[in-house]
Design a protein around this ligand. Sequence first.
Ligand code: HEC
Ligand code: HEC
Length: 349
Amino acid sequence: MQKIFLKLGAISGVIFLFAISNCKNDTKLETAELDKPYKITVPPGFPQPYLSEKNPMTEKGVILGRMLYNDPILSTNGKSCSSCHLSQNSFSKPMQHFNNGYNISVMPHVNLAFKKVYNWEGSVPDLDLLPMGDFVPEIFNTDEKQLFQNLSKHPIYPGFFKAAFGINDINALSFMELKTKICYALVQYLRTMISANSKFDRFVARTEELSPIEEMGRKIFFTEKGDCFHCHGGPLFTDNDFHNNGVDSVFTGFNLGYNLVTQKPSDIGKFHSPTLRNIELTAPYMHDGRFTTLEDVVEFYNSGVHNTNTLDAIMFKRKNVNALNLTDIEKVALVQFLKTLTDTTFHNM
Ligand code: HEC
Ligand code: HEC
């Protein structure tokens, strides 16, 4: 928080007013000139980020998003985004139990600017509006009147809404418009959360060596021996696609995965390949947190893959569908390699 308040001192007092409306139905709404555009620094080797035309990033928009992310002001129950997305866990938390009976491992916020569909089962295609789902009774239980009051009377927020979105008067917005702008600010901040400073990145940049056991793990990961790279390869450690990696043999409820979105039988049991960056910090593992440790995950890929109709073809390239036949030392090596993907500077985002 300290950092934010330091940055606050720099808010420019010069904001030009335009007596025009950015909302067709509301003539009361005046808009102000926006703050400087925020430019994402793309790490070497990364693809270009997916940015949004309807939500251009500004420097103040990003700061506003960071403040709102950590502030229970959006809820009536003391919760904020950071109650479930904890910085020390790569902005995730072990598990969330939902009223519909789903137990879901909270997803981390890592390199979201480079992702195209969101949530384990790919249920959200538009990141800019994803946080809209958090205002509901089960999560924030947001109260419309209280939200307008708290934000518009706040000593800091009105100035930031002006600089980030040109909004002169928060109270001139409809509830839906206010929630949309809040989502936009949150997502501007999410797009800046880039992790690219792990030991592995320094190894790629040739500024640090891997230990012999980490190097052994790297070779298993990136060759047909472990065959992890097909789904978790590239600088993002995800292929940004959906696969059934064989965790289940029977599919009900949330375990149906991508099929819940597409209704196609061929998508049963498929999930978005999660990034493995900072994986050491986000136990338990898989969409339902069924594995407690990385050792359990590696043992699953080594000997526990279930062969069902939708199991990914990559799994069949092995001699024995569910057996990698790794030795004990190779399993240790694979885990040690996964730990080289931890970025210890990321929690400062
Ligand atoms: C009560 C816990 C909880 C709170 C509070 C919460 N989230 Fe989440 N978040 C989750 C869970 C669980 C998932 C995974 C949902 C799924 O896969 O269906 C998730 C997923 C996400 C994703 C998708 C990540 C990806 O890689 O696809 C984003 C983005 C996100 N949350 C942003 C936010 C923001 C912004 C807030 C605050 C407005 C917030 N969350 C508040 C539990 C929470
Ligand atoms: C066919 C694609 C595919 C291959 C090959 C694959 N994975 Fe995965 N991996 C996935 C998918 C999809 C998930 C999420 C499944 C779920 O949540 O049920 C996943 C989940 C994981 C997780 C848990 C991530 C988290 O955030 O909880 C780890 C760790 C992991 N894989 C490591 C590996 C390793 C190590 C290998 C190689 C031995 C490997 N994967 C091979 C697709 C694959």
